[in-house]
Design a protein around this ligand. Structure first.
Ligand code: AMP
Length: 127
């Protein structure tokens, strides 16, 4: 018997009509989608900070990565897996995965998203 968790198919609440990334997932706001899975969507960041800069979001709305990990760890794993798929296709499988968490860290969209950054040797200067 498998003990592998599968992501919950239901969101913690209805999609937020005011949430930009819910609207991108729903196809209501255009984005350059590069990969999808049953539970996650990957699209290019509108203001890229590296040669490869793709955002990976769960289809279900969760505020940030801590909330997502607590509510549905398998869904967080699905987000990471789609980021890895994008990085393998576009950055040789080597990448940085950033989840800004809270306004002080730079989070500006409160629908959890992993920044997949790669395609070049990356510096290390978050300040
Ligand atoms: P964060 O600051 O970590 O919340 O990241 C939000 C990211 O979303 C930023 O890197 C923005 O450039 C990006 N962004 C904002 N609006 C859009 C959009 N319509 N399509 C794609 N990326 C976007």
């Amino acid at each position: 018997m498998s003990t592998t968790a599968t992501p919950s198919s239901s969101a913690p609440g209805p999609a937020d009509a005011d949430c930009l990334f819910c609207r991108i997932v729903a196809g209501e706001v255009p984005a350059t989608v590069v990969a999808t899975s049953e539970h996650a969507v990957a699209f290019r960041d509108i203001d890229p900070q590296a040669p490869v800069h793709v955002l990976v979001v769960p289809r279900a709305h969760h505020r940030d990565v801590v909330s997502l990990a607590a509510a549905d760890p398998a869904l967080l794993a699905a987000v990471v897996a789609l980021g890895d798929e994008v990085a393998r296709a576009e950055a040789g499988g080597e990448f940085r995965l950033v989840f800004n968490t809270g306004a002080q860290s730079g989070q500006s969209v409160f629908h959890v998203h992993g920044h997949v950054l790669g395609g070049a040797r990356l510096g290390w200067s978050p300040g």
